[in-house]
Write a protein that binds this ligand. Structure first.
Ligand SMILES: Cc1ncc(COP(=O)(O)O)c(C=O)c1O
Length: 382
């Protein structure tokens, strides 16, 4: 006799991760693309692949940016990686030398900080305001570092629908950053993984476009617009930088990143599914963003403020100075809801008054429950 003991889930409701909505994965279209790959692209899709990635996917990415942004790229300007994270890792390995400084925004994506901390480099941050990275502070930081003899390997920036702040860098600020980069011979690593998830208006041109493709490595990913389990992303850069990435020891040993997934995704795109799917995601995430903004407006006390992201996955909440995010997160956890305090997104990890609110993963009823609890906690501590 088998006795089944029902498992009662005790895991807290989590506002911790900025993951895509698993209910939206296009499984039947992926299954068809997978069958097509096995029927038409074996053995290539199951062998070690070309270091830069399969030509079919490189062409799909060139076609995508030509249609959507009017950019005319050749396949020598694209490199396939196992996600934006792996691209950043390879860039760090190849562009930074021990002791170099890597500049980041304050705040910035916390797992990028974790990745960069794997290297013997020094992290320095430049504050963000509601127009993106502060160009004047960037300039003074670059001058100070240059006077002290430090070498800056690159600036890592997330100009569009930034994680965690939700801020999109304005066109003016983008031009200022490009001008400064040119003046100081600074490489820019532009993490652009949220560009396609635009809820209204238009996204300003990328740093890559504004900089005419020079000294900018623009990272893209299928994680947010298709599925992170595919581990597939890309880099756009000048041909010599792409050749440098493709010549990395990792690529020489392993070949191109995830050839099977790359063929499947190339077929998914060729069949016209990606654009339809992105449109579906935009509608889902826009509704959740609206829901979060409405809930915040109706529940939060007047001394709490938040960003209004025009795309992406995150709203950034600012508490009054008297209230620490870690304190609020602790109280929420006692009520089985997990929030990530803003401290994680700063190089110095100082206690902050911010909480990141990802709205992509949770279902509307959970968002409602979590934010009502958050508002109750903040009110009771205020
Ligand atoms: C700004 C940013 N870059 C990169 C990533 C990770 O991308 P990938 O899954 O392509 O490695 C994330 C995921 O949260 C992100 O928010």
């Amino acid at each position: 006799v088998t006795i089944t003991i029902p498992v009662v889930s005790t895991s807290p409701l989590s506002f911790y991760y900025g993951s895509p909505d698993p209910d939206a994965f296009p499984t039947s279209e992926l299954l068809r693309a997978m069958e097509h790959t096995l029927e038409h692209h074996v053995p290539a899709a199951l062998l070690y692949g070309p270091e830069q990635g399969p030509a079919l996917l490189l062409e799909e990415i060139c076609g995508k940016v030509a249609r959507e942004e009017g950019l005319s790229l050749s396949s020598e300007q694209v490199f396939i990686s196992a996600g934006a994270s792996q691209a950043l890792d390879i860039v760090c390995r190849l562009w930074a030398r021990p002791g170099d400084v890597v500049l980041v925004g304050a705040p910035t994506y916390h797992e990028a900080l974790a990745l960069l901390r794997d290297y013997p480099i020094r992290l320095e941050s430049v504050p963000l305001d509601d127009e993106g990275i502060d160009a004047q502070k960037l300039e003074s930081t670059l001058l100070r570092l240059s006077h002290s003899g430090a070498r800056v390997a690159f600036l890592y920036a997330i100009p569009t629908f930034q994680n965690p702040s939700g801020v999109t860098m304005t066109l003016g600020r983008r031009k200022d950053i490009i001008a400064l980069a040119r003046q100081h011979g600074l490489w820019l690593v532009e993490d652009d993984v949220y560009r396609d998830l635009c809820f209204e208006g238009t996204v300003p041109p990328s740093l890559f476009e504004l900089g005419d493709g020079e000294s900018v490595l623009r990272l893209g990913s299928f994680s947010k617009i298709l599925a992170p389990g595919l581990r597939l992303g890309w880099v756009m850069a000048e041909p010599s930088a792409i050749a440098r990435l493709a010549g990395a020891g990792l690529r020489l040993s392993a070949g191109g990143a995830n050839p099977f997934a790359a063929y499947v995704v190339a077929e998914f795109c060729r069949a016209g599914h990606l654009e339809q799917h992105v449109q579906k995601l935009v509608n889902i995430y826009r509704a959740r963003r609206d829901m979060v903004l409405d809930l915040l407006a109706s529940t939060m006390p007047s001394n709490v403020t938040w960003s209004t992201p025009q795309g992406g996955f995150h709203v950034w909440l600012t508490l009054p100075e008297t209230l620490y995010a870690s304190q609020v997160a602790q109280a929420a956890l006692q009520n089985h809801v997990r929030f990530l305090p803003g401290d994680a997104f700063f190089v110095d990890g100082n206690a902050t008054h911010n909480i990141r609110l990802p709205f992509s993963y949770l279902q509307p009823e959970d968002i409602d429950r979590g934010l009502h609890l958050l508002a109750r906690i903040i009110r009771s501590h205020s």
